[in-house]
Ligand binder design. Structure first.
Ligand SMILES: Cc1cc2nc3c(=O)[nH]c(=O)nc-3n(C[C@H](O)[C@H](O)[C@H](O)COP(=O)(O)OP(=O)(O)OC[C@H]3O[C@@H](n4cnc5c(N)ncnc54)[C@H](O)[C@@H]3O)c2cc1C
Length: 427
């Protein structure tokens, strides 16, 4: 393996010793002098130190976006991930996610790697259209309202723009201990190192270790009774835009063309009908599930199924961390704070928005506590709405399980439109 690269990712070289402190910044010297003259500040936030050493645990969509959003500051950023290979195959990014990425110079590369996905098209199993609803680019909005891209492409873009700033991911590393001491957080890592940080960000996904360690084991996700299978397959000329096909008993197949003659395919199944065998059976299970689809391209999708180890399986769950998502100098973002099923296509978008808002507040407020409080004020209601919307759609599909309905309850286009409009609101 090439030194410094693991799993296709750049890996930071092993550090020689404890995480080094930066030299005292000028504003801290000014603060000290000010305190000598006036005594300790009483809730005078102006002179609180800025967070200069930031540990981000988790280099997924939230963690990488945050590192990007802070790359124009002088913050010392350490990014660790237990296994940073992106999970799953494709991801849809709504306009609000693109807006947040645009604020950090990431819009153009993301658009270049994406396909437009500007409507909701739902079909019967035989291909007959059930719902067709446009999602036009609103006037004056300089980015589309929805795109789809490969998760690996997104991760490479987010990672690539960090290299120039010298930020890399320490892959295969996580924390073993987190202790708060005043306004600092001391962490021990699995590579034997320790570090002292002004802020620790838990961006470690739906099963967040940071959440469990710092907030408690009681904050857990709840299963929704549905699961997804995702894979990439060869492009088909007649599949020119994203479509979903509804089968019996809540089963749904989605096909979204990606750049590079590829299709992002997924199947969602109510759990009652999921029998997850050993990994090698996943492909067989999918071939069986896909037999009920009779639209012209269905046979080709079935024939081109990749081996089981290239089909990502995962049960859907939901969770919303009660506010505040911070304890002292440790804060959660992305799936660590809120988990939703993919039905609203919003989990990644909310993770990106969290990262953007947190960075914005940290840049605007030298007092970390104030920044965290303001971050929380801007994020709770919005993510609550996204979780509710996605869960509602997921449960509506589950309701069809066992009824044998050919066309199970589906997304109401008017409701979808209202949600898209909500997403466009300023954050
Ligand atoms: C089937 C499916 C389809 C989806 N489709 C969409 C979609 O189209 N659009 C959309 O907006 N959202 C979608 N989502 C949701 C979206 O994938 C997530 O909301 C998003 O990935 C959250 O980003 P994150 O960075 O918070 O978490 P993740 O992307 O999960 O990243 C977490 C990172 O933390 C790392 N990590 C975990 N534990 C540790 C640890 N202990 N120490 C260090 N690192 C750790 C992981 O290795 C990972 O790299 C979908 C979800 C599913 C399940």
């Amino acid at each position: 393996m090439e030194p410094g690269v693991r799993g296709g990712r750049h890996v930071a070289p092993a550090r020689p010793g404890p995480f080094h402190r930066r030299p005292t910044p000028p504003h801290a010297r000014f603060q000290r002098r000010h305190q000598e003259l006036t005594g300790p500040p009483h809730h005078d936030w102006t002179f609180m130190p800025q967070p200069r050493r930031i540990l981000i645990v988790g280099a997924g969509i939230a963690g990488l976006t945050l590192a990007n959003a802070l790359r124009d500051t002088d913050a010392e950023i350490r990014l660790v991930d237990i296994d940073s290979r992106p999970i799953g195959s494709g991801v849809g990014l709504s306009g609000n996610a693109l807006r947040a990425l645009d604020a950090h110079g990431l819009l153009q590369p993301v658009l270049a790697g994406s396909s437009l996905s500007m409507h909701l098209h739902m079909c019967e199993a035989d291909g007959t259209t059930l719902v067709y609803s446009e999602r036009p680019q609103p006037e004056g909005q300089p980015y589309p309202d929805n795109v789809v891209l490969s998760r690996k492409v997104l991760a490479d873009i987010l990672l690539g723009s960090l290299i120039e700033r010298g930020i890399t991911v320490q892959d295969g590393v996580t924390i073993t201990e987190v202790r708060q001491a005043g306004d600092q957080v001391i962490t021990d890592f699995t590579d034997g190192e320790s570090g002292t940080f002004d802020l620790v960000v838990g961006a470690d996904g739906f099963n967040s270790l940071i959440r469990r360690r710092v907030f408690g084991e009681e904050f857990r996700t709840g299963a929704l009774g549905q699961a997804g299978y995702r894979w990439l397959t060869m492009g088909i000329p007649s599949i020119t835009h994203g479509r979903m096909y509804l089968g019996a008993d809540g089963l749904k197949l989605g096909l979204y063309p990606l750049p590079g003659n590829t299709i992002y395919a997924f199947v969602t199944k109510p759990n009652g009908r999921i029998v997850r065998g050993s990994d090698r059976l996943v492909r067989t299970e999918m071939i069986e599930a896909l037999k009920q689809f009779t639209f012209p391209e269905a046979a080709r999708i079935r024939a081109d199924l990749p081996p089981s180890n290239e089909i990502h399986f995962g049960p859907f769950s939901a969770f919303l961390m009660p506010a505040p998502w911070y304890r002292g100098r440790v804060v959660l973002i992305g799936d660590a704070a809120h988990v939703m099923p993919p039905h609203g296509s919003s989990g990644a978008a909310m993770a990106i928005e969290d990262a953007h808002v947190l960075a914005e507040e940290l840049k605007q407020h030298s007092c970390v506590e104030e920044a965290l409080e303001r971050f929380m004020g801007r994020r709770f209601r919005r993510t609550q709405r996204a979780v509710r919307q996605s869960v509602r759609q997921c449960l509506a599909e589950n309701a069809a399980d066992g009824t044998g309905l050919e066309s199970p309850p589906t997304i109401d286009p008017a409701e979808a439109k209202e949600y898209w409009e909500y997403l466009r609101e300023p954050i």
